[in-house]
Design a protein around this ligand. Sequence first.
Ligand SMILES: [Zn+2]
Length: 150
Amino acid sequence: MSEKNWSFEVPGKLEVPYKYYAGEWGSKFLAALRDNMKIMGSKCPTCNKVFIPPRSSCEQCFGKISEWVEIGPKGKVTSFCVVNYKEPYLPVEPPFVLALIRLEGADSDLTHIISEVSPENVRIGMTVAPVFAEQRKASILDIKYFKPAG
Ligand SMILES: [Zn+2]
């Protein structure tokens, strides 16, 4: 038997079921969306940076964070793209706008969908507000999307 015959490949695909644990801070963030329709961030006591999604340590000064602050609900689009392809994991049908949104009071951006406006009319600097889902499940999609908010 030659060296070449010692191994072979079988093409295939494995599916592995799993549950994602959002951690203590991520879980509190998602519960606030679900239960109170509030967007919560965390604030560093040393450099006063406010993070969304909230985090327990500061990426600026590496200090421990313990303070929760409500941010938004409005924000401004800082960047965006138009998604034109369809994938089973995407939450809405293309084309749709995926944007970075700097919520009022935050020092980092939240990525979310912009709707109720045609993609060609979305602009950087546009003020947007969240539209919450009627049935909330402690998911980032408890914010159904953001819409223009003059
Ligand atoms: Zn800090």
